[in-house]
Design a protein. Structure first.
Lengths: 280, 366
């Protein structure tokens, strides 16, 4: 029997059709991103022109300049700080918790399931009690208020994911390190972290993206000081008109950090996710 | 002074009593092998010595100091694991240097010790490689290198050759023995392989069900087993066991087998078994203590049996044949050309001087 060639290497009309389908699908998904990106460089006249202007006559940075001049771009910085710091804290605490669950059997067999079940809770169910609590503590519209909340919400996910990755580390590696002269903390730092590096990055990216994309908590728990870019975008939707240029420019600013994070860590992301998938 | 002294050690995992009151003393420089079947507690005992498991009762002394509550890193031990336990993200040099770096040894000394260990193990050319670029034997050498570089008081080996193929296992066995002769450190080696135990050990500690069944030099255990378990565990192919009864006839003492055959016991052993006349026993005889009968009468203490070959297993240097005796199928080791095909008649001389008689009630050698 002759071995079949891989699908994309078979010659003839079938191959052409496949390429056409792949191209159509790519365009379908890429176009909204392109449209958003291109609007951010258009003049108001071009934005509202009909038929649509597919690409502007000249690239306008005015929309971005306005965001920076008015201080609106600082909301991206706020998102970056909140998502970045909460991700780092959640990763450290979650990995330690996962290590404890795996190696010391803390809480028995069911604690891990209980922990991940906390992640299933819809944020809307608790956002108003938390608001009242934050008003009481004076944490509304503060960095630490949102960082604590994002960390708390990410911890179950980080713990659950890292538990799977740590379980895959052969225990002999840790035992060997203990005999060779390491303390438990050194084992964590010198053996567990490097061994679980792929999983750490993959989990960190998802944790970061969760905090980055949050809208509900930021909307309810911020006022003027630590507004995130997701909340800021809503300010451009007015009762009388929408500021499409600002909406587009702010959305691009909000997309760029995530784009670069994912692009940089893509290698780990794919491996990390597939490792998790194999683990089930 | 004993390098390691264990007194009344117990280890339980929930309802499982893995180690049951082990007492053991290992003098400095000795190569001790803990051997026994799977689940006998040998690895648990080793891990408890290392501090990777906590003893439920009893004491462990290393160099005269009780270490029950001392962390593994402070017990002055080095350990080689079955799965090598090499860090995949470090090259060979860093793997060997790992323990020294953890103890903040000076860089120059680390370099000197790593290179000396690498020379000793013939892995100097591999120092830049990652573990995944090494063969199984090379990985095991690196794992051993990581242990010897530490200059620890006690070396622990947990079935280090189990993952290697037969040929490599033979090579590494010689390497480990040579290494012990060179560095002279006290070594405790766990294996389930009795050949490894026999070839490596100064002393074998044979464990069964969490207890020491017998300990002594390899030949001591092989030639003078205390129980049926020891007799059957050591030796390959294993010892044959045939039920019999001690009988006396015309002033001589012998064995009556279930198939009606009689075997006269050597004159030297008559006094030992005189009190047991009439009692059922189990005759234990090793395959190598049965040979094809040559011309002339059997030697003193030997019994001659006329039988039929049932099965032939040639190995090249020796041939193992199976034949019926006392209702059992027993195996004898003969010269390669002594037998030709199953069904052939053969005369076998059985060396009763080297056989053992076992009490079937206690399973102890009489």
């Amino acid at each position: 029997m002759t071995p079949q060639r891989p699908l994309l290497r078979r010659p003839g009309p079938v191959l052409a059709l496949r390429y056409a389908a792949a191209l159509a699908l790519t365009l379908f998904f890429i176009f909204p991103v392109y449209w958003l990106f291109i609007i951010s460089f258009k003049t108001p006249a071009e934005i509202f022109h009909f038929p649509p202007v597919w690409y502007p006559e000249s690239i306008q940075f005015a929309n971005y300049r306005v965001l920076f001049k008015d201080g609106d771009a600082e909301t991206v910085w706020n998102s970056l700080v909140l998502a970045g710091v909460s991700t780092v804290i959640a990763m450290i605490l979650g990995t330690m918790a996962a290590y404890s669950l795996v190696r010391f059997k803390t809480g028995g067999e069911n604690l891990a399931v209980w922990i991940i079940s906390q992640r299933m809770m819809p944020p809307i169910a608790i956002v108003f009690p938390i608001f009242l609590l934050y008003v009481y503590f004076g944490w509304v519209d503060s960095y630490h208020g949102l960082i604590i909340l994002y960390t708390a919400f990410s911890l179950p996910y980080v713990t659950w994911m890292m538990r799977g990755y740590i379980e895959d580390i052969p225990i002999e590696l840790e035992e060997s390190a203990l005999v060779d002269g390491c303390t438990r903390w050194q084992v964590l730092w010198r053996v567990v972290f490097p061994m679980a590096r792929t999983g750490l990055f993959a989990t960190a990216v998802f944790t970061f993206v969760f905090a980055w994309n949050d809208f509900l908590f930021a909307l309810v728990l911020t006022r003027t000081e630590v507004i995130t870019y997701t909340v800021q975008v809503t300010h451009y939707f007015g009762g009388q008109s929408n500021f499409w240029a600002k909406i587009a420019a702010m959305s691009v600013l909000g997309t760029v950090p995530v784009f670069f994070t994912v692009a940089t860590l893509q290698r780990y992301l794919v491996r990390g996710i597939s490792m998790g998938a194999v683990k089930g | 002074m004993a390098d390691l002294k264990i007194t009344g050690l117990h280890k339980r995992y929930g309802p499982v009593h893995a180690v049951r009151g082990v007492d053991l003393e290992i003098p400095a420089g000795e190569f001790t092998v803990l051997v026994g079947p799977s689940g006998c507690g040998k690895s648990t005992l080793l891990r408890t010595i290392a501090g990777l498991e906590e003893a439920n009762a009893g004491t462990i002394e290393i160099g005269g100091k009780v270490v029950n509550y001392v962390r593994p890193r402070d017990r002055d031990i080095a350990m080689v694991f079955q799965n090598y336990a090499l860090y995949p993200y470090m090259n060979v040099y860093e793997n060997i240097a790992f323990g020294l770096r953890a103890r903040k040894t000076a860089a120059a000394e680390i370099d000197q010790r790593v290179r000396r260990a690498a020379d000793m193990l013939a892995i100097s050319g591999l120092l830049d490689r990652l573990p995944r670029q090494l063969s199984g034997g090379q990985r095991q050498r690196v794992a051993i290198g990581r242990a010897i570089v530490r200059n620890a008081r006690l070396f622990l080996f947990d079935e280090p050759l189990s993952n290697l193929d037969a040929q490599l296992r033979d090579e590494m066995r010689s390497e480990i023995k040579r290494l012990h002769q060179e560095i002279g450190t006290t070594m405790i080696y766990v294996t389930h392989d009795q050949i490894e135990a026999m070839t490596l050990a100064d002393r074998i500690v044979l464990l069964k069900d969490g207890q020491i069944e017998q300990q002594g030099s390899p030949l001591d255990l092989f030639e003078r087993p205390a129980t049926r378990f020891v007799a059957g565990f050591l030796g390959s192919p294993k010892m044959n066991f045939v039920p019999a009864t001690i009988v006396e006839s015309a002033g001589a003492i012998g064995l009556q087998l279930n198939d009606g055959k009689g075997l006269a016991l050597p004159a030297s052993s008559r006094q030992r078994y005189a009190a047991a006349v009439g009692r059922p026993v189990v005759l234990g005889v090793r395959p190598e203590h049965m040979a094809r009968a040559r011309e002339g009468a059997e030697a003193n203490g030997h019994a001659r049996l006329a039988t039929t070959v049932e099965l032939i297993q040639p190995t090249g240097s020796r041939t193992y044949i199976t034949f019926p005796l006392g209702g059992m199928a027993v195996m004898a080791e003969v010269e390669p050309h002594d037998v030709h095909k199953p069904g052939d008649p053969i005369s076998i001389d059985l060396d009763l001087n080297r056989a053992v008689l076992i009490d079937p009630d206690t399973n102890r050698v009489i």
